[in-house]
Structures are given as structure tokens and as C-alpha cells.
Design a protein around this ligand. Sequence first.
Ligand SMILES: NC(=O)c1ccc[n+]([C@@H]2O[C@H](COP(=O)([O-])OP(=O)(O)OC[C@H]3O[C@@H](n4cnc5c(N)ncnc54)[C@H](O)[C@@H]3O)[C@@H](O)[C@H]2O)c1
Ligand SMILES: O=C(O)C[C@H](O)C(=O)O
Length: 350
Amino acid sequence: MARNKIALVGAGNIGGTLALLAGLKELGDVVLFDIIDGVPQGKALDLVESSPVEGFDAKFVGSSKYSALKGADVVIVTAGVARKPGMSRDDLLGINTKVMTAVGEGIRKNCPKAFVICITNPLDAMVWVLQQASGLPASHVVGMAGVLDSARFRYFLAEEMSVSVEDVSAFVLGGHGDTMVPMVRYSTVAGIPLPDLIKLGWLTKERLDKIVQRTRDGGAEIVGLLKTGSAFYAPASSAISMAESYLKDKKRVLPCAAHLTGQYGIKGLYVGVPCVIGAKGVERIVELTLNKSEQAMLKKSVGAVSGLVDVCKGMMKQAAAPKKAPRKAPAKAAKKARVARKATAKKAKA
Ligand SMILES: NC(=O)c1ccc[n+]([C@@H]2O[C@H](COP(=O)([O-])OP(=O)(O)OC[C@H]3O[C@@H](n4cnc5c(N)ncnc54)[C@H](O)[C@@H]3O)[C@@H](O)[C@H]2O)c1
Ligand SMILES: O=C(O)C[C@H](O)C(=O)O
């Protein structure tokens, strides 16, 4: 059987880490694509030279041409700009909307049957733009954020209670922003819900509240430490778990930014919810019963996503509108021509 083809659009910090993980896990042959010519080629060569040491078989190719994406089974998109200290993810909207529009077009032309995972921020709006620009079915375009936010929540909980991360199951609902909703009631250690663990004395309500807030601020905490960019190891691991579930039809239940068509009362937006990811893409969306306070938090988070998508819609409409001919220059040119004609006529008379 031929190997799967994994295309990584954006060969920066996350792109390079994704490529290494895809190689180590032998998920398939890898194409790295980036607009900076030389970077994807250099990273591809460096990575493939690690294969004899690590013992994996895969081809690695770097390119700055969209045709390199031809026939890809999975595309993971990290192209664009990452934030720096003092910025919010939303500050990236203008520049990254343009990038997603170009990338979506490249995917549409070269690999319209692929399963596409968007990572670029602000995530919930960028995955919406990518789906619109690529024209791929919504079941095949998803956003990665929930796995990362949930991994942070799981890690902080495991650290607090001195238990293995493997036994902590937790997830985060809503948009990938300051208003994300870590789901305390549905998070467990070995099946025991967090509120029960508070009763057992494993955790205090005050510590749990701090962990919830640290989870919400998880991205900013790393940006503040790195200073030149944002997190990339955990984001890459998170996206690879989604790609693996699709390629191996594992049907894992993972929190992803999925296109909602009425679930949770939300229509036409991408928002983080638990999904079953299998060979058919997003195969199912898990709709949980939320209590009043969870509903209110989700509503706030969805409001933030909706506001960003409205800005994207405006930008895309403006970009698609026919350009009006510049009026000043021709008017000036016409005046110049009239003056020249008059001068010639005067000369002729004389
Ligand atoms: N969803 C999440 O949970 C999550 C987590 C971490 C980072 N991010 C986001 O992922 C994105 C990438 O992060 P990174 O750390 O890899 O950044 P990076 O700057 O290291 O890499 C981005 C790469 O994209 C390339 N690029 C820019 N415009 C392009 C285009 N039009 N076509 C192809 N490539 C293009 C750049 O040359 C660069 O190599 C950022 O927007 C960041 O905010 C999201
Ligand atoms: O915080 C960022 O800017 C990057 C990413 O969204 C993250 O959560 O690490």
C-alpha cells in the first residue's frame, strides 16, 4: 500500500515539529510548504537526514509551490504570523485572513479530497476562512485548539494532584481565546469527576479556579516566556493526534473546532466541541447537556468568535468587490492632453 501524503503548509516552529512527529510516527511521506524559499527545503533535508538514526522510512520534500500539495491526504496549516508579548490572538486577524484565503485556494486546486487541520490564529475565525476559501466539505476542515487547551488543563490538574497525566481526562469547550470554557464538571481523574475530588480533599475549589484561569491564559504564558513567538511542541503533538485519528480511522473523541449546524444552538460557526474523528473526517459531534453557568460561558465565547468572523466576512467581501478605476490620474492626464492640444493649435495658427 502506498504511503499517505501529509502536507504541512507553513514550515515554521509548528510546521517543523509536525514534520518530525509525522516522521517518528511513520504517518506517511511529508511535504513542507512555505513562502520563504529555502526554509521548507532545508528543514525537509535536515529532517530526512535524522531518519537513519531514528529508524523511520518516509520521504521529506520542501517546496514553495502549491503544486507540491497535489494529492495530499492530510493538510495541516500553520502558515501566517504568530503573536508576540503584548498582542492578543485577535490582532493577527487581518494578516492571517489574507494568508488563509491564499492557502485555501491552493488546497482547492491541488488536494480537494484532503482532511485539513487549521492551526493558524485566531483559530476559530481562521478555520472558517480556510473552509470558505477551499470550498472543501466542513466535515473535512477542522481547527486544532481544544486538544491543546485540554492537554494544558490535564497537565495542570495532574501536577496539582500528583497523579499520572494518563489518568486525567479533561476538556475545554468554546473558542480558542480568553473566553474558552474549561469543563470542570466533565473532567475526571480515573473516572472521578473534579467536584467529587474536591470532596475527597484531593483538590481545593480555590486551586481549581486558579488552574482554570491558568488554562485560559496558557498560550499567553508561553508567549510571555518565549518573547519571540508562541508555543509549538504541544500544538504540534495535538494536531498530530487529530491527523492520526483520521488516517488510522481511530474514531477518537477529541475537542476540535468543528463547523456547527445547530448543535449547542450555534449555526454556521466553527467552535470547539468534542468530535469523533475517523476516516470520514468529523464523523460526529458530541452535544453535552450544559448547566446555566456553562451555557452562559459558552455564549460569551461564541459571541467573541462570531464578532471575529463578521470582520473576516467584511474583509473577504471587500477583497472580492470589483476595483473602481482610479479617477484622479485620468482626469489629470486628460487636462494635460487638453493643454497640450491648445498649445499645438496656437503654434499652428502662428
Ligand atoms: N490553534 C492553536 O492552538 C495554536 C497554537 C500555537 C500557535 N498557533 C498559531 O499557529 C500559527 C503558526 O505558528 P508558528 O509558531 O509555527 O509560527 P512561525 O512564524 O514559526 O511559522 C509560520 C510560518 O508560516 C509561513 N508563512 C507565512 N505566510 C505564508 C503563506 N502565505 N504561505 C505559506 N507559508 C506562510 C512563514 O514563513 C513561517 O515560516 C500562528 O498563527 C500561531 O498563532 C495556534
Ligand atoms: O497563544 C498563542 O498565541 C498561541 C496558541 O494559540 C496557544 O494557545 O499557545
